[in-house]
Design a protein around this ligand. Sequence first.
Ligand code: LIP
Length: 263
Amino acid sequence: MIRSALMNVMTAAAMKAGRGLKRDFGEVENLQVSVKGPGDFVTAADRRAEKTLFEELSRARPGYCFLMEESGAVEGADKSHVWHIDPLDGTSNFLHGIPIFAVSVALERDGQIVAGLVYNPASDDLYVAEKGQGAFHNNRRMRVAARRTLAESMVACGIPPLAGLAHHARFQVELAAVMAKVGNIRRLGAAALDLAMVASGRCDGYWERGIQTWDIAAGVILVKEAGGFVTDLSGGPDMLTKSEICAGNEAIHRQLLDLLRKA
Ligand code: LIP
C-alpha cells in the first residue's frame, strides 16, 4: 500500500496520540480499585490525546479548521478543510479497562469527507481510507463481507446509555425487530470501530442513533471505500447532520434499513 502525504500526516499524529492512550490505559486498570475511580484520569487522557492530535495536525496542515469532541470547533484560515477528531472513541470502554477504543481522524474537504483513519492502540489495528483509493487494515486492502442474508449475519449496534433515556424506547423496538431476523448482534461501544468492523468484513451491518459527527466521520469513508453502503436511517446521505447511521454491504444495508424503517 502506497500512503499519500496526507495519510502519512494523519497516521503519524494518530500513532503519537495512540502511544499516550496506550500508556494511560495501563494506568486505568490500576485505578479501577481506587475509591474515586478513573473518571477524572480518563478525562485527562482524552484531552491529552486531543491536544496531541491538534498540535501535530496543525503543524503539518496549518490553517485547517477543527471539530473536536473535547474542545469543539476551532476556526482556521482555510475554511475548505475541516478535521473531525474523536481522540478517544469508546470512552466508557476505556474507563472500565475494556480494550475496545480508538483514535478517529477524518478530513473534510469542500464539504466531503476525503480521508479517514481509525486506530485502536490496544490492539494496534490501523484502518485507513482515502476517497477513490480503497480501504486498508494494517496495510492490507479490506472489503466488506459478502454475506447476503440477515440470518447468517452479525450486526453491530449502539445501545443508548442511561443518559440517553430519550432513545431507549425507540431502540428497544428496533432491537426486537432486528433480533427476530439477524443471526447475531454485537454492541462494541465505539462507533468508529463498529464501522471499521463493517469495512473489514467482520460485521455485516451496523446501526445507531444519537452518535456525533466525530464518532463516525472516519468510519463512513472506511465503509464506502471498502465497497459498503452508509446512509442515515431514512436511506439518505445525512448521517453526519442527523446523528444516525446504517451501514453494511449492499444487500445487508438494504435489508437492515428496511427492517429499521418498519420497526
Ligand atoms: C461513543 C460512541 C458509541 C456510542 C456511545 C458514545 P464516545 O462515543 O462511539 O457508539 O454508543 O454512546 O457516544 O463518547 O466514547 O467518544
